[in-house]
Design a protein around this ligand. Structure first.
Ligand SMILES: [Zn+2]
Length: 238
């Protein structure tokens, strides 16, 4: 089982780890800071340095309880000590967008009494999209949504994560309100919760910033209809 350090400290961007197993370009480490992707957040990229050899980490994925790193070339022998470095600018952008999505979702539910996030979200380095459960969203609703979210950001609330037992998580209806959240809780004996102080709690496996002031200012980009009860909102962060 890979020790997944990104779950407990999302700001760790350089560590040393030991290669547990490798084959061709695939490397499994005893511990990792590389996020394997999921919940709309892409997997991390970065570097592994073993002695005089530097390898690009081009893709990361989860296989059971292990995290598999795909290098751009060669094999790093089992037992090697490697220095791991994230492409931090890219990862930090994903953290800001991921926290922004949780905030927007909470504000959307609160303002429009909707169940919020529907089919999910997708994060890019320079924008993100969120699908909301709604038959229609008006221009003025969009303005209200972004104005409210941006004023909450300025309150600089703390964002933290912690583990809950599955039975506790199931008792709290708000945690399982989104489809991805519900699936996580049903699958796991211990569920990781990401909380924006006083605003939002969600079952979530992603990496987040630790204060809302780090997110920045949200700008609405465009709205698309993706079905009768699914409206897609694109936004960026400045
Ligand atoms: Zn999330």
């Amino acid at each position: 089982m890979t020790n997944k350090l990104y779950l407990t400290d999302s700001y760790l961007n350089e560590i040393q780890a030991v290669v547990v197993r490798s084959s061709a370009r695939e490397v499994i480490l005893d511990r990792t800071i590389f996020y394997p992707g999921g919940g709309g957040q892409p997997s991390d990229t970065g570097r592994m340095i073993a002695g005089a050899d530097a390898f690009r980490v081009v893709e990361v994925r989860k296989e059971g309880e292990e995290v598999v790193h795909l290098a751009d070339h060669g094999t790093i022998a089992a037992g090697s000590v490697v220095k791991c470095q994230l492409d931090w600018g890219r990862r930090y952008a994903f953290m800001r967008y991921h926290s922004a999505i949780h905030l927007l979702d909470a504000v959307f539910m609160d303002l429009f009494k909707s169940e919020g996030l529907s089919s999910g979200s997708q994060i890019y380095e320079d924008r993100a999209r969120v699908d909301f459960s709604a038959e229609s969203i008006s221009r003025s609703q969009i303005e209200t949504l972004f104005d409210r979210a941006n004023s909450l950001l300025k309150e600089d609330r703390i964002i933290r994560s912690y583990d809950l037992l599955q039975e506790e998580a199931l008792k709290d209806g708000t945690l399982a309100r989104t489809r991805p959240g519900k699936e996580l809780i049903q699958k796991l004996k211990v569920v990781r919760i990401v909380e924006i102080e006083g605003l939002d709690r969600q079952a979530d496996g992603g990496t987040h910033v630790s204060r809302t002031s780090e997110i920045g200012t949200l700008s609405f980009q465009k709205l698309e209809s993706k079905g009768r009860n699914n409206k897609r909102v694109y936004f960026s962060i400045a």
